[in-house]
Design a protein around this ligand. Structure first.
Ligand SMILES: Nc1ncnc2c1ncn2[C@@H]1O[C@H](COP(=O)(O)OP(=O)(O)OP(=O)(O)O)[C@@H](O)[C@H]1O
Ligand SMILES: [Mg+2]
Length: 251
């Protein structure tokens, strides 16, 4: 199964200030890996390196290598890379168009003539089903996405990323602005898609990490302190720092 990420000696700085200090991490395919750690430890920075959004940030310098299925991402075309590695941000960012157009946005932007006359109905449906949104929205496909609730907007952004069949999907605290019911709907859709793509999720919510992830990486002050199977790390962390963080001693 595609979707393996290998991070080797990754260093990142902003305007000369070191933020990630030599991260080595292999993210397994077809699983959910959660990145946890206190605010400012570098989780978003790490996530943004995986699809090279980091290269668009002023003052950001990276050193080290990241491989996607054995291929150095630095050598890949950025547009193709971002098609394979989708991302959903903390705040929902639907486009000012219909639900259907939002779902199809990536596909239409990427393909032109080839798919012009295609029937997109099944793809819209399957993407919304995966994002646990179909039942709610099947009669509102032509409505503007801005009219949706925040939770629906976030699941729509998720559906939009899924529609182009990425190998990997990056989620940066996707549920933090959602109410508990929307958050749990998002969690169930995360669990349902890992059969077909690798998921990397940043979350502050430890119970959520425990519910959705197979593996967990604990980052502290720009270093990877611990990585392992979620159940093991939560039950018997190897590092004292992980134990303290999971035990709520700091956060
Ligand atoms: N664009 C930027 N320019 C300068 N410094 C930045 C930039 N983005 C992040 N930083 C700094 O890098 C460090 C890591 O930030 P990052 O956003 O990766 O942390 P985080 O773990 O995602 O935190 P949070 O949990 O609060 O989202 C912080 O000290 C932050 O201030
Ligand atoms: Mg962050």
């Amino acid at each position: 199964m595609p979707g393996t990420i290998d991070i080797k000696e990754l260093h990142v700085s902003y305007n000369g200030i070191k933020v990630l200090k030599g991260i080595d991490l292999s993210i397994p395919p077809g699983k959910v890996t959660a990145l946890i750690g206190p605010s400012g430890c570098g989780k978003t920075t790490l996530l943004r390196c995986l699809n090279r959004l980091s290269s668009l940030i002023k003052g950001c310098k990276t050193k080290g290598k990241i491989y996607l299925d054995g291929e150095d991402i630095q050598q890949m075309d950025a547009v193709l890379l971002r098609r394979r590695v989708g991302m959903v941000f903390q705040k929902p960012n639907p486009f000012p168009m219909s639900v259907r157009e939002n779902v199809l946005y990536g596909l239409k932007a990427n393909n032109d003539n080839h798919h012009r006359r295609a029937d997109y109905g099944p793809l819209v449906e399957s993407s919304l089903v995966k994002a646990a949104l179909w039942e709610e929205l099947k009669d509102r496909l032509e409505h503007n996405a801005f009219a949706l609730s925040l939770g629906q907007q976030q699941r729509l952004c998720f559906a939009r990323s899924l529609a182009i069949s990425p190998d990997i999907i990056l989620l940066d605290e996707p549920a933090s602005s959602l109410d508990p019911i929307s958050a749990s709907q998002l969690e169930s859709s995360i669990l349902s898609i890992k059969e077909e793509c690798t998921v990397v999720i940043v979350t502050h919510n430890l119970p959520q990490a425990l519910r959705v992830s197979d593996y967990v990486a604990f980052i502290y002050l720009g270093e990877l302190v611990e990585f392992g199977e979620t159940s093991k790390v939560f039950k018997s962390p190897q590092s004292q720092k992980t134990r303290e963080y999971i035990g709520g001693k700091f956060g």
